[in-house]
Design a protein around this ligand. Structure first.
Ligand SMILES: Nc1ncnc2c1ncn2[C@@H]1O[C@H](COP(=O)(O)OP(=O)(O)OP(=O)(O)O)[C@@H](O)[C@H]1O
Length: 292
């Protein structure tokens, strides 16, 4: 079965908050999507609709051509992994969580889950409530990867994990997408740390989807220009500048707007280096609130 996702003109209103307005996009198997947006932009709301934790106020959501809400053909194949704050009543061991997953998740791979748990040094026999918050996150991430669900969502599920554990997770994301391709959505504020994982980027801004583009396309919306201070200043004079960094007489400027072949030639003559702009700088620029 195909589990491709379509959102068509989806809106979600909480009492008097318009959390999402007229959102349309589609997601394809085998791609890793980065979902980014400032605090309160609507990321968790969008993901909870995709995971069928709630229904949209208006619009249509389809997974594999069917409405996923309370749909037994779809729900076991969608995994929504998020940071849970309160584990105080979780007396069961991590090992029991793996056993539950094996019972209820059709594609779950117990051997892979145990292998991941060992890599994260997860104490499988301790009650989950006694694990450190980083270890609780590692358990969630282990489950999310080992579910091997065709639609897998990680909503900031890794924020409590330390840097080596996050690195291990990122490596597994790359390897798992090669071994068992799925729709993988990573919602994150760690943009510069995780951007290399994204095939495609969705940016939400105050309830609206402002970017829905392949990673390679979005980072061509701008460029970095590096060279001597004077030549960089001359090159960027009539361009929109996002950021400038200077070290001695070397200047690096992030500019917004595509750089044409002619521009590149001119830059070459001036001895300037033209490189890609970072997704994080573009994101900050595109979601900046108007001043005044
Ligand atoms: N249960 C709720 N009831 C009322 N308003 C809500 C509820 N949940 C979220 N909101 C509001 O909806 C908007 C979107 O919130 P959401 O949690 O989806 O954003 P987010 O992008 O995930 O934010 P963050 O990055 O801070 O986690 C915000 O204005 C938030 O205050």
């Amino acid at each position: 079965m195909n589990f491709d996702v379509t959102f068509q003109n989806v809106s979600l209103k909480y009492k008097n908050v318009d959390a999402l307005e007229d959102i349309s996009f589609s997601l394809e198997q085998g791609r890793t999507y980065g979902l980014i947006g400032r605090n309160g932009a609507g990321k968790t709301t969008l993901l909870s609709l995709l995971a069928s934790l709630r229904e949209p106020t208006s619009g249509m959501i389809h997974i594999g051509g069917e409405t996923p809400f309370e749909n037994k053909n779809i729900m076991p194949y969608v995994s929504f992994i998020f940071e849970t704050e309160d584990y105080k009543d979780e007396y069961e061991s991590a090992r029991r969580y793996l056993e539950f997953a094996e019972r209820y998740r059709p594609n779950f791979d117990l051997a892979y889950a145990k292998d991941l748990a060992a890599q994260f040094k997860l104490p499988l026999d301790k009650p989950v409530k006694e694990l450190s918050s980083g270890m609780q996150s590692a358990l969630n991430v282990t489950l999310g990867l080992a579910h091997r669900s065709p639609v897998t969502i990680f909503d900031e599920a890794y924020v409590s994990m330390d840097a080596p554990a996050r690195e291990l997770f990122y490596q597994e994301v790359l390897e798992e997408q090669a071994r068992h391709p799925r729709i993988l959505i990573l919602s994150t504020h760690l943009v510069s740390e995780m951007d290399y994982l994204f095939d495609h980027v969705l940016i939400l801004d105050r309830g609206s989807l402002i970017i829905d583009e392949p990673f390679d396309k979005i980072i061509n919306r701008g460029a970095s220009v590096t060279g001597t201070s004077q030549t960089v200043d001359a090159f960027i004079r009539n361009r929109k500048t996002l950021k400038i960094q200077q070290l001695g007489d070397t200047k690096s400027a992030m500019i917004y707007g595509e750089v044409s072949d002619a521009d590149r030639k001119e830059a070459g003559k001036l001895g300037l280096d033209i490189g890609p702009v970072s997704l994080q700088d573009l994101f900050i620029h595109l979601t900046k609130e108007e001043e005044g």
